[in-house]
Ligand binder design. Structure first.
Ligand code: DGY
Length: 438
């Protein structure tokens, strides 16, 4: 049974692999290379084709800008099935953008540190993988330096995101309060996503107006980080983004130790890491909610909503035992009913929860994978196992979808798998779940 599932997952990945040496998240809906997707996809490949895993990472890192920035979408090819494409984003406005390939001018969570470490753990030929890591690790390091030097405007160890698409949790209800502070023009454009997926499962047209408007502002300032920090109506410190940065810092520290030397890089990373962990705990933890939350740098206040991102610091190792216990408690009280799969992307007890709409409620396999690993590291093995088994059940029952309804009995539909089908990271992370050495 497990072997069959793995074979099906491999077929998904193989079908999404492109001649250019990268893997699309899902045909039609996402026809290019996405930054954090690519990391999770490489992890899936690593279990059965290390050469492919290395290629995926190499192709992505090859699109890095001169300032260390790595974009969220790399437009390796032309495709008219996606909007907004390269002509809208115009990455070349930034003087240090890649001259080789077009991209967006925004980024996504920095997963590559911990992905390199996973590859090192999985690889049978350690010498070969260390050779690969030695060649590429500085690019990942440069990306972290880019974040700390350009996006940590208070020099406190937390980096900002200036667009909801940078968070990865694109249309989460926590952005609604920010949309209320904006009044973007009504753009005229042809949506492509809703020709692939039921519009009930995607963001609204008005939300897209906000998304496009923020990009237009960033373009007006030629994607200059300092100017974006001054002018973007969206400026947020995200617990998920920063937890992933912290996790990847730890991974880089461990890998540099294995490689030897690199004392200056190690001391830079160690110094940032202490600051980042401290501020994550001081600034993004909300004691009343028993959860980490987002921080709105425009209003200088926390955005007090609980989402699956709220528990992601478990993955980073930053919470102490007491905070971890509170987090698990909050998660199980609000998200953990027996009639629900773990873990909904937004608080199911909140009025803004929508079980079908993208990041407003559905379960996502990559968040589950991070939560599983975080819970396990803190010793919550039983709950971790539930997260893993729920992920496997959802995929087995409904297929390799992009996201899933968290309700075990779903009155709306027989198929609780939503969004893109044959979705690469659902396949890749299922492989990692099933191949895990316990
Ligand atoms: C989309 O188009 O919805 C993508 O998730 C943006 O990254």
């Amino acid at each position: 049974m497990q072997e069959q599932l793995i074979q099906r997952a491999i077929t998904v990945l193989e079908n999404n692999f492109q001649k250019g040496g990268f893997t699309i998240p899902s045909k039609g809906l996402y026809p290019f290379q996405w930054k954090w997707d690519s990391g999770f996809i490489a992890l899936g490949f690593a279990h059965y084709n290390m050469k492919r895993a290395k290629k995926e990472i190499e192709t992505l890192l090859d699109a890095q800008w001169e300032n260390g920035f790595i974009p969220h979408i790399i437009f390796h090819t032309d495709s008219d099935t996606y909007f907004p494409g390269p002509d809208f984003h115009q990455s070349s406005l930034h003087p240090q953008a890649s001259k080789k390939v077009r991209s967006t001018g925004m980024t996504q969570p920095p997963v590559f540190g911990f992905i390199l470490q996973k590859l090192y753990e999985i690889a049978e030929d350690k010498e070969d993988i260390l050779k690969f890591i030695r060649t590429h690790i500085d690019k990942v390091y440069d990306n972290h330096v880019y974040f700390y030097e350009n996006r940590d405007i208070n020099d406190e160890g937390l980096v900002y995101i200036y667009h909801n698409w940078e968070s990865g949790t694109d249309n989460s209800p926590m952005w609604d309060d920010i949309w209320e502070t904006m009044n973007p023009p009504e753009y005229t454009f042809e949506r492509r996503d809703t020709s692939h997926v039921d519009p009930a499962q995607r963001p609204s047209k008005r939300e897209y107006d906000h998304y496009l408007y923020i990009i237009d502002i960033a373009k007006k300032y030629l994607y200059d980080d300092t100017k974006i920090a001054e002018h973007s109506p969206f400026l947020v410190q995200d617990p998920l983004f920063n937890a992933i940065l912290i996790k990847s810092n730890s991974a880089l520290i461990q890998l540099y130790k294995v490689l030897g030397g690199n004392e200056d890089k190690l001391s830079y990373l160690n110094e940032q890491q202490i600051k980042s962990k401290k501020t994550l705990n001081d600034k993004l933890y909300n004691d009343e909610l028993g959860a980490y939350v987002h921080y709105d740098l425009r209003k200088n206040m926390q955005i007090p909503y609980i989402s699956s991102s709220s528990f992601s610091p478990l993955f980073s190792g930053a919470p102490d035992k007491e905070k971890a216990e509170r987090l698990v408690n909050t998660m199980m009280t609000k998200f953990g009913d027996e009639d629900r799969y773990l873990c909904a992307s937004f608080d199911p007890t909140h009025e803004r929860f929508d079980p079908r709409k993208y990041w407003r409620g559905p379960v996502w396999i990559n968040l589950n994978w991070m939560l599983y690993n975080g819970l396990k590291n803190y010793g919550y093995q039983e709950i971790a196992d539930r997260v893993k088994n729920d992920s496997l059940q959802l995929i087995e029952k409904y297929g390799f979808f992009e996201y899933f309804d968290s309700r075990k009995s779903n009155p709306d539909s027989e198929n609780s798998g939503y969004g893109g089908d044959n979705f690469s990271w659902s396949a890749a992370l299922l492989i990692d779940f099933l191949k895990e050495k316990t």
